[in-house]
Design a protein around this ligand. Structure first.
Ligand SMILES: C[S@@+](CC[C@H](N)C(=O)[O-])C[C@H]1O[C@@H](n2cnc3c(N)ncnc32)[C@H](O)[C@@H]1O
Length: 192
């Protein structure tokens, strides 16, 4: 199997190689959002969860968002002894977002809510922290939690990054943040 990342969502940000492989694959699987994004490139079969892949026989391509090695499917596939012949990356949603707000990220810290409690001690102080949200841990909840923990600085929120309805907000930590979409990425900037 081949694991392909398509970037934040809009196929314009997918790497040339990612698009080529999707187009030439005999069988392509993806979750709903990604399947909708790449629908113009090939016929795509939707999966509900990664376990669905364990029943598939023969060669196939799994297409995921962003970079497949960042909070994505590669770990699950390896743990379940699925042989990955090639991993083809595109840019991650966080790279896209940091380009939009023009911030360097070489010293950044990463926090994710996916399947785990975040380690708030990892918030870079001073510095940039990238936070991957989920349905429970919204940008508003993150803003309030950071404020309660005494962090001071800015919080940027990218909703639906790279799509036509993308919105990027710049707020102060502690501000109320309207949940404009379930798909969001948070960048925290603590000044020294
Ligand atoms: C499981 S992580 C996968 C990240 C992906 N591997 C990457 O490199 O971008 C999914 C999280 O990334 C963020 N995300 C992915 N695409 C996004 C987009 N287009 N706009 C806003 N946030 C996005 C959201 O926080 C979402 O919950």
């Amino acid at each position: 199997m081949v694991l392909v990342g398509i970037g934040p969502g809009n196929p314009e940000y997918a790497s040339v190689r990612a698009v080529e492989v999707i187009k030439s694959s005999k069988r392509v699987f993806a979750f709903k959002r990604v399947a909708e994004s790449i629908g113009g490139l090939n016929r795509v079969e939707c999966i509900q969860n990664l376990e669905d892949l364990l029943k598939i026989e023969g060669d196939y391509t799994l297409v995921v968002s962003g970079d497949p090695l960042l909070y994505s499917a590669a770990d699950f596939l390896k743990r379940n002894n699925v042989k990955i012949d090639e991993i083809i990356p595109s840019i991650s949603c966080f790279q896209y977002m940091l380009s939009k707000i023009q911030k360097n990220w070489e010293d950044a810290s990463f926090l994710s809510f996916h399947g785990k409690n975040p380690d708030w001690t990892k918030v870079k102080n001073p510095g940039i922290t990238i936070v991957f949200t989920d349905l429970q841990n919204t940008p508003d909840k993150i803003s309030r939690t950071l404020f309660q923990k005494g962090f001071k600085g800015k919080i940027y929120v990218g909703f639906n990054l790279s799509y036509d309805d993308e919105i990027i907000l710049e707020k102060i930590i502690g501000d109320e943040i309207e949940n404009l979409s379930d798909l969001s990425l948070v960048v925290v900037e603590i000044c020294g």
